[in-house]
Design a protein around this ligand. Structure first.
Ligand SMILES: [Zn+2]
Length: 404
């Protein structure tokens, strides 16, 4: 099986290279915006009469003509400009097939990026922690080498985010689909323990680190909101907000990669609640019996950080376990947190608090999140036949009840 994967690294450009990258980003943004504008005007003025939309090929031809005319255009790599036109093409295709909104203009300073084709770019490792990538018209740029880059290089994107310029190598690689004799695992995503497993363990989620970064971003946001518009103080604070958020995202992404890779190696079937992430924020408020503590704080953290974290966790886990020949099973989340995983008794009052589950029937006590994870594992690994029989039995009982 062939899959595409991206490998992103921090660049360490010289000031000359940085200026060249800024120039590339701004010219590619200009070309993108011009191409969108041209397509829009073409549609309004001619397409209804001609019946033919403007094409990627036409726009590429025009680009070549413009490059011959203007020196500042030809100072920037042709393929990077063509890639911008290709982006316009796919933005329109996505729009016409209903997958996305009408293409909008790219704005300065937001998601600045440009892309080269893989065959134009080469890279090599310099030493333990540095690599070097040869980019057309920009030169040999050093980057932090943090892992190997396997596969065939398809394209290379240069991205500016609040933490600086990055390079992302997208490669195509063959993965061996393994036979799957690995055990099953239930996963519960909760508030007390972000991720609990049915084997009684918990994920080592970097909650303290994430909270600290979140706090720093919030503080900086406060300073920014107090500062005068256009003031330097406000500008600096805003940059600090963005940098802390970007750092937080990087910590979370790293955790999710490492943890899901570990799970995909160890387990063949992973059962997850099919939950609507929106519902999760309600549980910080707790129940009437067990009201949540620090509700406002948790709610803020849940919404901004946990939700994205869970979504990403599931995305990474899905592609990694499929590549390893395993599978994800989604389980109905109803009653998984109130049912006893030992005796099957379903009592709301068994859940003594957010953290503790104590069964009134059999007396077993454990972490409420572990209890839920075991129930999720059980629901996901119950043979399909059992589930059908259970459904059938229920319907016959209903028929009997109505007959009587
Ligand atoms: Zn019990």
């Amino acid at each position: 099986m062939q899959i595409n994967r991206g490998y992103k690294f921090l660049l360490r450009p010289t000031s000359v290279q940085m200026a060249a990258m800024e120039q590339h980003a701004s010219i590619c943004r200009l070309i993108y915006n011009l191409a969108v504008e041209q397509r829009r005007d073409h549609y309004r003025q001619f397409q209804r009469a001609m019946g033919r939309p403007i094409s990627f090929a036409t726009q590429c031809l025009e680009l070549t003509k413009l490059r011959a005319e203007f020196e500042w255009l030809s100072a920037v790599s042709l393929t990077a400009q063509q890639q911008a036109l290709r982006d316009v093409q796919s933005a329109y295709q996505n729009f016409f097939s209903g997958r996305s909104e009408y293409p909008s203009f790219r704005k300065k300073g937001i998601n600045e990026s440009f892309r080269f084709q893989g065959r134009e770019v080469s890279f090599r490792r310099l030493n333990k922690s540095w690599g070097i990538v040869k980019l057309p018209k920009i030169g040999d740029v050093r980057f932090r080498w943090t892992r190997d880059i396997p596969g065939k290089l398809k394209n290379v994107t240069i991205i500016l985010d609040p933490l600086g310029w990055h390079v992302s190598f997208s490669t195509e690689q063959d993965v061996e689909v393994l036979s799957n004799f690995r055990p099953a695992l239930g996963v519960d995503r909760g508030i007390v323990e972000p991720i609990a497993y049915s084997d009684g363990t918990f994920a080592d989620f970097p909650i303290a680190r994430i909270k600290a970064l979140d706090k720093r971003a919030r503080k900086a946001a406060q300073v920014a909101s107090r500062g005068k518009k256009g003031s330097n103080r406000r500008k600096v604070a805003k940059a600090r907000v963005a940098a802390n958020r970007a750092k937080l995202a990087r910590v979370r992404t790293h955790f999710n990669h490492v943890e899901t890779a570990r799970l995909a190696r160890m387990f063949g079937v992973i059962c997850l609640e099919a939950l609507k992430i929106r519902n999760m924020t309600a549980s910080a408020r707790g129940t009437i019996d067990a009201p949540g503590t620090n509700v406002a704080q948790k709610r803020g953290l849940n919404r901004s950080i946990m939700e994205i974290g869970w979504y990403q966790f599931e995305q990474f886990l899905t592609y990694k376990i499929v590549a390893a020949g395993g599978e994800i099973r989604h389980v109905n989340a109803a009653y998984t947190s109130t049912t006893c995983s030992c005796c099957g008794l379903n009592e709301k009052t068994n859940r003594k608090s957010q953290a503790v589950y104590e069964c009134a029937g059999c007396g077993s006590a454990m972490s409420a999140d572990t209890n839920a994870a075991i129930n999720i594992l059980r629901a996901g690994t119950r043979p399909a036949q059992d589930r059908r029989v259970a459904a059938k039995r229920k319907s016959t009982l209903e028929v009997e009840a109505t007959a009587a």
